[in-house]
Design a protein around this ligand. Structure first.
Ligand SMILES: Cc1ncc(COP(=O)(O)O)c(C=O)c1O
Length: 261
């Protein structure tokens, strides 16, 4: 396995995506950023409430972005927020979000966008912040229940959790073991036939057509770990309102598929 880091003269920042509820290894990332004088932008879309070394995700980098899209732990349908401790960056983001209006009002000082969130969506989000701990805990409880019921089957690799993090299990992801008799796609289809819908892991960045067009081809490397995860991984029903009984049903259906192999 080769882990590659490409940092060029023009590299300005590292964008870290914390994935599926588990924080990225921030000590290492901050060390690299310091060594090469790079800014750090944390993508916290999937880690609302997660911590690394006891510190909240979103408080390590220069900017943190949160998505509140409908499938997130705190959800407003669409929209999100950015955090920063830097007043200049905050002002820049406020302007970028609102057409980069300057003075006088309708003079656009630079190219800006309409990334405004509506007040109604914000109100829906603020209300959820009041019980965010409960929303997060529900995902963690789901994951513990799945772990308990799936471990004895010894069929999937279950989600890992480092000692120094609070994993919020935004999604409960599993990978089919390498020696499995069935592909993940076929497993997902058979499970769906039994009434349990699942979702594939994301397509890796290294396999995205849009990036192969814009990035120097020699910088596109194999990313074998991401490719392997994509080819074997999918996530099980993970919503915060799942009951233990529903999780038991999902696992029962999984057992049926395995028994029929
Ligand atoms: C890690 C990550 N980043 C970014 C996004 C995009 O968020 P939005 O659709 O709110 O722009 C998502 C959404 O699924 C995500 O999971």
């Amino acid at each position: 396995m080769r882990l590659g880091i490409w940092i060029l003269d023009k590299t300005k920042a590292i964008i870290v995506a914390h994935v599926y509820g588990h924080p990225a290894d921030m000590n290492k990332i901050m060390e690299i950023a310091k060594k090469y004088n790079l800014k750090v932008i944390e993508d916290c879309a999937e880690v609302h409430g997660a911590t690394y070394d006891g510190k909240m995700c979103g408080t390590f980098g220069d900017i943190a972005c949160f998505s509140f899209y409908g499938n997130k732990i705190i959800a407003t349908g669409e929209g999100g927020m950015c955090l920063t401790n830097d007043d200049t960056l905050a002002e820049e983001m406020r302007k970028l979000k609102n057409h980069y209006f300057g003075t006088p009002r309708f003079l656009h000082e630079k190219l800006g966008y309409n990334y405004r969130m509506t007040n109604i969506q914000a109100a829906i989000g603020v209300a959820q912040v009041e019980y965010a701990d409960k929303l997060v805990q529900a995902r963690i409880d789901n994951a513990h229940k799945y772990n308990e019921l799936l471990a004895p089957l010894d069929f999937f690799n279950l989600p890992a959790c480092r000692d120094n993090v609070k994993n919020v299990y935004w999604m409960y992801g599993v990978t089919i073991k390498d020696d499995s008799k069935i592909s993940k796609e076929d497993f997902m289809i058979r499970l769906k036939e039994k009434g349990v819908d699942t979702r594939s892991f994301f397509y890796p960045v290294s396999m995205q057509n849009s990036y192969t067009r814009v990035v120097d081809s020699e910088l596109i490397h194999d990313a074998p770990v991401a490719k392997h995860l994509y080819e074997h991984g999918f996530y099980l029903p993970s919503g915060g309102s799942l009951t233990d009984k529903q999780i038991e049903t999902v696992v029962k259906k999984i057992k049926e598929v395995i028994d029929e192999l």
